[in-house]
Design a binder for this molecule. Structure first.
Ligand SMILES: Cc1ncc(COP(=O)(O)O)c(C=O)c1O
Length: 398
């Protein structure tokens, strides 16, 4: 085998892996059309108009029915989702400890208490067992995220919370189109939300978010909150403002990009699922100390990234060195997926009675690393990922 790049050898992918290229002429054409019309007529494009309506319809079709509300970020989608549920004042909302900070701040801003839930031992998601440990009489809702496109045991969680009359908010920001028993994530919760910022599996451009629910009244409430309490009848503003709200609306350009992106989403998730499953199998075949495991049965995972568990007993070097070696060969990875809002300094201002501890999260950082993949990787790109891991394994495997 060739000398490792970390030891001065030639990297397997000196130029790394391709960029994503999420846009093409279709996005360009649609935003040019909107802009040209504005220039020609002198009427500026707005929001909640033609393209927002098309996008809404397409998103609902993608989810096989239901209702949705388009907003301008995932964080604001959660803000309006929580507001829509009309939860008991000052109650507790459970939230995963491994998630984006935008999953926690809306809870605080709306006057609720965020109660962190440790992830499970198997993957990056919270489990029913971990959730149960944190439920009290004051729990009004639970946020569950499907991190990295991997589906959690959402059916069990949803049934349990329903029996306890606790609301479930699903965070599908990293898992557009993932499924449990052929049902899309986002359909299990009372309400769910998706970030559509630039790196997500489908995007509305730089930033954006979607709220989805099977319950019309919740989407109605969320729309009131996200557009200053404006009251519409037959899509026409009545001139009345009937409740408190902010302006979280998304504009026509972003919605138009979203409509094109939704056309691409089915193929995108087919590709990322294929790449993830292929790499998973090859790692097993190659008896690599790196593996993808700990997923639930009956799940269709969309691999926004690959969560790789490294068997530390099977390598001669530290995880840090192993990952450095992979990186030097050209692989795009993060040795630690550090996303715990409760380890940020500012969270201390929000007075938790006990010292916060996350043993599973801490353990998980020690053994997992993350490989970034993209739907446009071709056969050679995918095979090169395997070849890089194999090359490093050859040197470092015990
Ligand atoms: C799991 C998760 N939840 C929430 C968010 C917040 O979304 P946004 O960045 O669109 O506000 C993100 C963003 O990356 C995320 O990954």
């Amino acid at each position: 085998m060739k000398k490792l790049a970390i030891d001065g050898g030639k990297p397997l992918r000196p130029k790394g892996f391709p960029e994503r290229f999420p846009y093409d002429k279709r996005e360009l054409d649609i935003i040019t059309k909107i802009m040209k019309l504005s220039i020609k007529t002198g009427i500026p494009f707005r929001y909640n108009d033609k393209y927002s309506k098309i996008y809404e319809k397409k998103f609902i079709k993608f989810m096989n029915g239901g209702f949705c509300n388009l907003v301008n970020s995932g964080t604001n989608a959660l803000l309006a989702s929580i507001a829509s549920l009309k939860l008991k004042t000052k109650s507790d909302i459970l939230v995963p400890c491994l998630t984006d900070v935008g999953c926690v701040t809306p809870i605080i801003i709306l006057g609720f208490k965020p109660i962190p839930v440790d992830i499970c031992k198997k993957n990056f998601n919270v489990s029913l067992d971990e959730i149960k440990k944190k439920i009290t009489k004051n729990t009004s809702a639970v946020i569950v995220a499907h991190i990295g496109g991997e589906v959690t045991d959402i059916d069990k969680i949803s049934k349990y919370l329903k029996s306890k009359k606790i609301k479930l908010i699903e965070d599908c920001s990293q898992s557009h189109g993932a499924m449990y028993k052929k049902n899309k994530v986002g359909t299990f919760g009372d309400i769910s939300f998706f970030s559509t910022m630039s790196s997500k599996l489908h995007t509305t451009g730089g930033t954006g978010g979607v709220i989805f629910s099977r319950y019309k009244n919740l989407i109605h409430n969320s729309k009131l909150f996200s557009d200053r309490g404006k009251y519409f009848q037959n899509s026409k503003f009545t001139g009345k403002y009937i409740s408190t709200g902010l302006n979280l609306t998304i504009d026509e350009l972003s919605s138009a990009i979203g409509t094109i992106q939704l056309d691409k989403l089915s193929l995108t998730i087919k590709r990322t699922n294929f790449i993830g499953e292929y790499i998973k199998k090859k790692l097993i075949d190659n008896k690599s100390p790196s593996k993808i495991s700990g997923q639930y049965k009956n799940t269709f995972n969309v691999y926004w990234f690959l969560r790789i568990t490294l068997d530390l007993t099977k390598i001669k070097v530290s995880k840090k060195k192993y990952c450095e070696a992979l990186k030097k060969e050209g692989l795009s990875l993060s040795e630690k997926y550090i996303y715990n809002p409760f380890y940020q300094k500012w969270i201390k201002d929000h007075k938790f009675k006990k010292k916060l501890k996350f043993p599973n999260y801490d353990q998980s950082l020690k053994k997992n690393y993350v490989i970034f993949i993209r739907e446009n990787y071709n056969k050679k790109d995918v095979q090169d990922i395997i070849r890089i891991i194999k090359k490093v394994d050859n040197e470092f495997k015990k």
